[in-house]
Design a protein around this ligand. Structure first.
Ligand SMILES: Cc1cc2nc3c(=O)[nH]c(=O)nc-3n(C[C@H](O)[C@H](O)[C@H](O)COP(=O)(O)O)c2cc1C
Length: 174
């Protein structure tokens, strides 16, 4: 499968089988995350690969809505950054999270992004504080997202050219 086919095949997967990932599979994901480019090569990102089911369950309720799917995932990757290293850590972490999702697809795994930066609960508790406490991250870190990864328990149609919004691309002028 070439890169374009892989990218068109990647769809968010929120349902996973019980099958665990192997240590080798997790290592492959780590290799790719650590290749992600960063501003001035500052490598502001860090990744917490969570396989502990109690911690994953806690991550799945770390914001009001939209993270429940994590509970089923055998692996949840907390993508966070040292905000003292750069003002563009959102970009750094987002690129790395995307690399992780594409690698997962290449490995035949499913994945989905759970947004955490700027999310939380109506009573003011932030997902960032909750997750940092859960994984023991230092003060200067901020959480961008959690990527749930596992063996797919649902198949979704790949993107096709017919469904792509080419009208949102512009040549020379908007
Ligand atoms: C920045 C970002 C934040 C997202 N946050 C969530 C989320 O909190 N919960 C969720 O279930 N999906 C989340 N998603 C997945 C999107 O809903 C999904 O990518 C989008 O609907 C397009 O579908 P596709 O991934 O199958 O192409 C997020 C995706 C991105 C890129």
């Amino acid at each position: 499968m070439n890169l374009t086919e892989l990218m068109m095949r990647r769809r968010s997967c929120r349902k996973f089988t019980d099958e665990k990932l192997t240590a080798d599979e997790i290592h492959e994901l780590k290799r790719v995350a650590l290749c992600a480019p960063t501003s001035k090569n500052c490598r502001s990102w860090e990744f917490v690969f969570v396989t502990d089911s109690a911690t994953i369950k806690a991550l799945s309720v770390s914001k009001e809505a939209g993270a429940a799917f994590l509970e089923e995932a055998p692996l949840a990757v907390v993508v966070l950054a040292d905000t003292t290293k750069t003002d563009v850590w959102v970009e750094d972490t987002s690129i790395a999270a995307t690399f992780l999702q594409l690698k997962a697809e290449e490995m035949g795994l499913g994945s989905c992004w759970a947004q955490m930066r700027g999310r939380g609960f109506a009573d003011g508790r932030s997902a960032n504080d909750i997750i940092k406490a859960l994984v023991g991250a230092p003060e200067q870190f901020e959480v961008e997202c959690v990527i749930g990864i596992g063996h797919k328990a649902q198949e979704r149609n790949p993107y096709t050219d017919e469904k792509l919004p080419f009208e949102q691309t512009h040549d020379n002028h908007f």
